[in-house]
Design a protein around this ligand. Structure first.
Ligand code: K1U
Ligand code: ZN
Length: 172
């Protein structure tokens, strides 16, 4: 198992549209396991392959609460096939450290993907899992949660993030 380095905005890999995965093999299963370990260590509730520098359509998520058993989902080529309702909740991103903002999303989604055995899965989600699916699938299309901000909030973000990056450089 390995902890992987998480890329930070404005790394150009985060803006790429990821390629579909055409082969599910042991290499992919190892990558998904390493991504899950990296997500749990961060800690986060999701992670997409481009965040660790791999431009392929793979995400992992676990939105179970502390008092529930862990429920790790590893999703190959995930797509949202139905959406319903509206949600406006605060989000963060492991690739945009120390910045949080409310983002407009669908409240419920139906997602189709392949699991790590190549089985076709269709799953409905609401609450945090619905938001996490949208956040992670956006990553596969080169979209970050800050891309959903209004022009005014985007301007405020740029100023604040500049300072965050400068502080990060000083720490290195
Ligand atoms: O993709 C990422 O950057 C991970 C991100 C995903 C996310 C999904 C939905 C809402 C917000 C963020 C995170 O996991 S940020 C960390 C986080 O939200 C969290 C961390 C520990 C416990 C609970 C939440
Ligand atoms: Zn993110």
């Amino acid at each position: 198992m390995a902890l992987l380095r998480i890329l930070h905005y404005p790394d150009p890999i985060l803006k790429q549209v990821c390629a579909p995965i055409d082969q599910i093999d042991d290499g992919l299963r190892t990558l998904a396991r390493d991504m899950a370990e990296t997500m749990y260590a961060a800690p986060g509730v999701g992670l997409a392959a481009p965040q660790i520098g791999i431009s392929r359509r793979l995400i992992v998520l676990d939105c179970s609460s502390r008092d529930e058993a862990p429920e790790l989902l590893s999703c190959v080529n995930p797509e949202i096939v139905e959406r319903e309702g509206e949600a406006y909740e605060e989000e963060g991103c492991l690739s945009v450290p120390e910045y949080y903002a409310r983002v407009s999303r669908s409240a419920r989604v139906k997602v189709r993907y392949l699991d790590l055995e190549g089985n076709r899965v269709e799953r409905e989600a609401d609450g945090l899992l619905a938001i996490a699916f949208q956040h992670e699938i956006d990553h596969l299309d080169g979209i970050l949660f800050i891309d959903h901000l209004s022009p005014l909030k985007r301007g405020l973000f740029r100023k604040k993030y500049q300072k965050i990056l400068e502080q990060e450089k000083e720490r290195l």
